[in-house]
Design a protein around this ligand. Structure first.
Ligand SMILES: Nc1nc2c(c(=O)[nH]1)N[C@H]1C(S)=C(S)[C@@H](COP(=O)(O)OP(=O)(O)OC[C@H]3O[C@@H](n4cnc5c(=O)[nH]c(N)nc54)[C@H](O)[C@@H]3O)O[C@H]1N2
Ligand SMILES: Nc1nc2c(c(=O)[nH]1)N[C@H]1C(S)=C(S)[C@@H](COP(=O)(O)OP(=O)(O)OC[C@H]3O[C@@H](n4cnc5c(=O)[nH]c(N)nc54)[C@H](O)[C@@H]3O)O[C@H]1N2
Ligand SMILES: [Mo]
Length: 761
């Protein structure tokens, strides 16, 4: 059932770039936009991205400057790709499905599938049928409701969410699942910033990042960026970093790869950026080993303590520690006992180098630490993030302007979806308010997260899988196991904009329900609607679609979820009123979700409003003791046996998660293919391999080996013993049981592999 590998034979590699964006970025944006949307549609669409009366860019979750400081073009190359991909003029209609059987489509790669255009009509795959065929919306709702009603236990259904879903649709969806009687609400966040949420909630009492836009642009003296590739993943962040640099802030990047986004930035919004030498963003690059970050931060903390011991009172913020924190003594004792040799081995960085960073930290009054997937997708991810909290607490770098932990979120509304209750373990206080608002008793037992959902489907414990967006089959680990798990369901239902692999790894019966995207107008009985989203800085704002819907059959996500609700329960909770007027949903949100008072009024203000975050706003820490906790996190790293390498997985510049726009990764010098593995020159030599050789990757797991065949070896400046390949191609190597402690996030960035010449097995 495995997806056909793309041939790596035409792939070329020319080494990492040292600068980003500039005219090249503009040319790329224009090329995508014109190819998918044509000139008129391009102009109309792009001028309304991220404007107060336009739509929120459906790409990443980076925030916007305040309304007065927005430019005419408030988007980036990758935002343009995401928008053009959604606003394409191509359609996947009933003729398409009549021409292509599911079996035939399963042989195609993910890029081809999404390239066919927007899903245009609800489709049904009957048991045993070879083709999807059209179905009416009412029949689709009835069919789903009938299958759900047939279940003898509501926990035999799973409701997955991807992070593009609006607040309104997310709120309605969790209401649907809980009204049905289950907390089985896995989401992409389980694979994304779950580790961040777990570490921040435990230590600070609030699971979100604590910075705002101007903490970066106006206040921070030092910005440390760890395990994040802003040049590709959050390109608009480069503009904010450039502003920080121009007022004298310093930037340190810790990353096994020398990413181009840390080099010279040619801001496409300014003439200076386009024709001048650009701004060098990172002052220092630390080529940390894959999974060496816990050791790195333990080393930094150790160095801070050493310097404090040498000159008491010169380094630590004792007032802050005494007043707001507990656990300090135990943490200090653990750091004093740490051996530098261990820190150096695990991090791959010398003591001298780590101490030099500690000196920069001491010289900076205000420090922000930004991170993303490079830290969250490891076995010890939560410990690493707790250690970063320690690092910030030591110098009082929390709850002051220009300071704080900054997990940079991925999907444009992944943070909002969590706020709305998309979580398999929402606290009782939330469930109580939901009960009081709607008059039913939501289930209290925790539900299944993503990995546990796969296990349950595999083991025959789940019959119905519903996906609100996303690409469950390709985004998750252990591809073969996951695909078989989906196929084990009686019914799979996908609410989606574009065809993807998950739609072809169907249950006995399947439904494809096509929805409106962010860019499109959403008209309901009460008139034109807008939706709301929350960015990574906890700003909630409105998003208004501008384009005509891609097909007259499309429905909004809200209308689809409300339709399912009505088919299941009649109009008990007012599903119809919520569908007809999203302000009704917002009124419910106001009553159920903290921080949303006067929601409707405040979200109509230009730029929206910021949600409260107690540690940031008032140095209040809603933990069990009411204090911020120092924690002891003994440095560890993935164990790599002799002759093996540690593989991390990364995104190329030409993809958004499992959506592959094309086969180039400009900043890393790759063109024409994605089945590549980046290897250190010395490792290549030791393996008797050469740049350009065809190899197989074999992961080594307690439950057996997994093989991903046919990758082109690319010589690259990775640290010794560390390799990188693209996600999702490498997901087949990740064992389902390889997850982070506490957060259960797949450890997709610490895969122990062997590299073999291709075709040996
Ligand atoms: N264009 C584009 N934008 C996106 C996305 C996309 O796919 N494409 N996806 C969105 C989503 S959902 C998310 S979550 C974010 C993801 O944003 P990122 O986390 O920036 O994305 P990744 O490519 O996973 O990159 C991880 C970075 O961490 C580094 N890294 C890998 N392993 C380690 C490690 O062990 N330690 C350290 N210190 N660094 C490591 C990699 O070299 C890479 O630079 O981006 C969002 N924005
Ligand atoms: N190895 C490895 N695996 C990873 C990661 C990694 O770094 N390495 N990253 C993980 C992370 S951070 C994440 S967030 C997950 C991503 O997991 P998902 O969120 O499940 O995957 P996406 O690829 O973002 O989903 C793409 C699909 O979403 C649908 N879609 C697009 N826009 C809309 C919309 O507006 N509405 C609806 N209903 N559907 C829409 C389209 O059909 C498209 O095919 O992957 C995870 N998997
Ligand atoms: Mo993500």
């Amino acid at each position: 059932m495995a997806e056909q590998p793309t041939e790596p034979s035409g792939t070329r590699a020319s080494g990492p770039r040292r600068s980003s964006v500039g005219v090249h970025g503009i040319a790329e944006s224009a090329r995508y936009s014109l190819a998918e949307m044509g000139p008129r549609r391009s102009l109309l669409t792009l001028l309304s991205v991220n404007h107060v009366d336009g739509f929120d860019c459906p790409s990443c979750a980076w925030g916007e400057p305040d309304p007065e400081h927005r430019k005419a073009a408030e988007f980036c190359e990758n935002g343009v790709k995401a928008i053009a991909w959604e606003a394409t003029r191509k359609r996947v209609d009933t003729t398409f499905f009549a021409e292509h059987s599911v079996a035939e489509l399963r042989e195609r790669d993910g890029h081809w599938l999404e390239s066919q255009g927007r899903l245009a009509q609800p489709m049904h795959l009957a048991p045993g049928a070879a083709h999807y065929t059209p179905i009416t919306w009412d029949d689709a709702f009835e069919l789903t409701a009938a299958r759900l009603r047939d279940l003898n236990d509501p926990n035999r259904a799973v409701f997955y969410t991807s992070g593009r879903t609006s607040n309104e649709a997310a709120f309605l969806y969790q209401l649907l699942a809980r009204r049905f009687g289950t907390n089985n609400l896995p989401d992409c966040s389980n694979m994304c910033h779950e580790s961040s949420g777990a570490a921040l909630t435990e230590t600070l009492g609030a699971g979100k990042g604590l910075i705002s836009y101007d903490d970066i642009t106006e206040h921070a003296d030092l910005i440390i960026i760890v395990g994040q590739n802003p040049g590709t993943s959050h390109p608009r962040m480069l503009t904010a970093l450039e502003q920080a640099k121009r007022r004298g802030a310093r930037i340190i990047a810790a990353n096994p790869l020398p990413e181009a986004g840390f080099g010279r930035f040619h801001n496409p919004q300014t003439a200076r950026g386009l024709i001048g030498p650009g701004t060098r963003l990172a002052d220092r690059h630390l080529p940390v080993r894959v999974n060496g970050d816990l050791a790195l931060f333990a080393g930094l903390n150790r160095a801070l303590i050493d310097r404090e011991d040498a000159r008491p009172g010169s380094v630590l913020d004792h007032d802050f520690i005494d007043r707001y924190c507990d656990g300090f003594e135990a943490a200090v004792a653990a750091w004093r006992a740490l051996a530098w040799s261990r820190i150096e081995t695990l991090s791959g960085l010398s003591r001298r180098r780590i101490e030099a960073v500690a000196d920069e930290v001491i010289a900076a009054d205000r420090v922000v630490v930004c991170w993303a997937m490079g830290l969250t997708q490891h076995r010890n991810a939560v410990a690493t993030l707790r250690e970063i909290v320690d690092f910030l607490l030591l110098r009082g770098n929390i709850g002051r302007p220009g300071t704080g932990p900054a997990p940079i979120r991925g999907h444009s509304n992944v943070q909002g979806d969590r706020t709305m209750g998309i979580w398999e373990r929402m606290p009782d206080a939330f469930l109580d308010r939901l009960r009081d608002e709607f008059g039913f008793d939501p289930p209290r037992a925790h539900g299944l997260d993503t990995v546990d959902s796969i296990r349950a489907m595999r083991d025959g414990e789940v019959d119905v899988f519903i996906g609100l967006g996303g690409n469950f089959a390709s985004a998750t680990p252990d591809t073969q196991v996951t695909e078989a798990a989906l196929a084990n369901c009686a019914l799979t239902v996908h609410i989606a904009t574009k065809l993807n692999r998950s739609h072809l790894c169907h249950g006995t019966e399947a439904l494809l329900l096509p929805c409106l995207g962010r860019t499109e107008r959403d008209r309901q009985a009460s008139g034109e609607q807008f939706v709301t989203v929350e960015d990574t800085m906890a700003m909630v704002h409105a998003s208004h679609g501008r384009l005509a819907p891609g097909s007259p059959h499309l429905r909004s996500e809200v209308a689809i979820v409300a339709g399912l609700g009505r088919a299941l329960f009649g109009d008990d909770l007012g599903w119809r009123a919520m569908r007809d007027d999203y302000a009704v949903i917002r009124r419910h949100i106001e009553h159920v979700v903290p921080g949303f008072h006067a929601f409707e009024e405040r979200v109509r203000q230009p730029g929206g409003f910021m949600l409260p975050r107690a540690p940031r706003d008032s140095r209040t820490f809603p933990t069990d003791s009411g204090k911020a906790h120092f924690t002891v996190n003994p440095p560890t790293a993935a164990e790599v046996p002799e002759g093996h390498l540690l593989l991390t997985t990364v995104r190329s510049h030409d993809q958004f998660n499992t959506t592959v726009y094309g086969f180039d990764d400009r900043y890393r010098g790759i063109s024409g293919g994605r089945r590549v593995v980046f290897l250190n020159q010395e490792d290549l030599r030791e393996l008797h391999l050469h740049d350009g050789d065809l190899v197989d990757l074999v992961s080594v797991n307690p439950d057996g080996e997994r093989r991903a065949p046919g990758f082109r070896a690319v010589r690259y400046p990775t640290p010794r013993g560390c390799a990188a390949a693209y996600y999702p191609e490498a997901n087949t190597l990740v064992a389902l049981d390889a997850t982070a402690e506490i957060s259960n996030t797949p450890a997709t960035k610490s895969i122990v592999i062997r590299v073999e010449p291709a075709g040996r097995s």
